[in-house]
Design a protein around this ligand. Sequence first.
Ligand SMILES: C[S@@+](CC[C@H](N)C(=O)[O-])C[C@H]1O[C@@H](n2cnc3c(N)ncnc32)[C@H](O)[C@@H]1O
Length: 209
Amino acid sequence: MRLRNVKNAQDILNNCSFLINNPQNYKGDFKKLFGNNNPIHIEIGMGKGKFISSLAAANPNINYIGIEKMSSILARGIQTIEKSPLDNLKVMRLDALELADIFAAEIDRIYLNFSDPWPKNRHAKRRLTSHTFLKIYDKIFAGQKVIIQKTDNDKLFESSIEFLSTYGYILKNISLDLHKTDKKNYMTEYEEKFSKKGIKIKYLEAYKD
Ligand SMILES: C[S@@+](CC[C@H](N)C(=O)[O-])C[C@H]1O[C@@H](n2cnc3c(N)ncnc32)[C@H](O)[C@@H]1O
């Protein structure tokens, strides 16, 4: 995602009441942070926040954490969420490579929406469904592992299917044209952009016990 540097990004982060500061202090205790025992779902690479804010508004009995590595982009996400903040939605600035330093086995679902495709084969390990990341996710899932992915990118989608299935995930509800299905869907910013151009949205659900 390209964004001109948001000049006051750090101020926006500093003044945000739902940003998790020093997230390493909550390892194993994220339910306490939310003050309930509800499941915790995370979105990695939340971008400008449209998807996770819609999902959190529709599902008050699930806790959501939006994760984004770029401060300037997270600042935009915070501005989206600030329009109608929710008790069950928090955000964090973090690179997914560090997830296992921050979370114990306490996450119930991971959403990956329009993740960077890293098209070169030599960069395949950087894709968020590569075995490098699946090993990290193993450490943070509470029980059954659930990963939901949407993408415009055929190569990323094909490699996700390969990575996830060779790692032992069972794939369900695969679609090569999500918007033609009757699946309940919350659009992301990238999804809106790509679908306006006529690009079909690819979707999968991956489960592992
Ligand atoms: C192409 S954008 C998609 C944004 C949003 N999910 C959407 O669909 O509109 C990918 C986002 O993932 C973030 N990202 C990429 N790699 C990441 C990582 N390792 N950890 C956290 N965020 C990451 C990028 O900074 C960017 O905001």
